[in-house]
Design a protein around this ligand. Structure first.
Ligand code: NI
Length: 181
């Protein structure tokens, strides 16, 4: 089922999300719905608060970003109760967008490598290291479950330049080819 995506201005996007337990009702269906919602909107990642649930869960399929990084291809994963243990490497810039912030794309500076601990959809624990696009997408989605949006990471000048457009999104004056709320 395709779920409506919450737009910037929604309170749920600004909350620190709560951990999940394996008995969370309807979890497997929720994960399927999140993938379906993400693909329908041509996204490469979707975090639970973006569909109105304040829980520590996000899904990623970075395959469409193959041109930017061959390792992005086939990188399809579910992250439950993730914790980024380490940020390392050089800082790099990349133009990011977000399904909750339609039509705004801005260069965001982030570290290039991460080490992350998370649980998969069967609640098996993993500790893995990523760089390139995979790390970039994970960091973006991880920020969502901490209540952070990529526009928060911009310089004060860039933030000022997009302020009006963000206000328009919050006021519902935006057009998307996917369902929003
Ligand atoms: Ni996003």
């Amino acid at each position: 089922m395709i779920l409506p995506i919450y737009l910037s201005g929604s309170n749920v996007l600004r909350k620190e999300c709560e951990p999940l337990t394996p008995d969370y009702e309807g979890l497997q269906q929720l994960i399927l719905d999140m993938f379906e919602t993400m693909y329908n909107a041509d996204g490469v990642g979707l975090a639970a608060p973006q569909i109105g649930k304040s829980i520590r869960l996000f899904v990623i399929d970075s395959s469409p970003m193959y041109d930017d990084d061959p390792n992005a291809k086939g990188f399809k994963k579910v992250f439950i109760n993730p914790e980024i243990l380490e940020y390392s490497g050089e800082e790099s810039k990349f133009r990011e967008g977000c399904l909750s912030i339609p039509e705004i794309h801005e260069e965001v500076v982030r570290k290039s490598k991460i080490k992350i601990r998370y649980f998969d959809s069967d609640f098996n624990e993993h500790i893995e290291e990523y760089d390139g696009i995979r790390a970039r997408v994970i960091m973006h989605e991880y920020d969502h479950i901490e209540g952070v949006l990529f526009v928060d990471l911009l310089s004060p000048l860039r933030r000022k330049l997009i302020k009006k457009r963000l206000e328009n999104i919050a006021a519902g004056k935006t057009q998307t080819n996917y369902k929003t709320i």
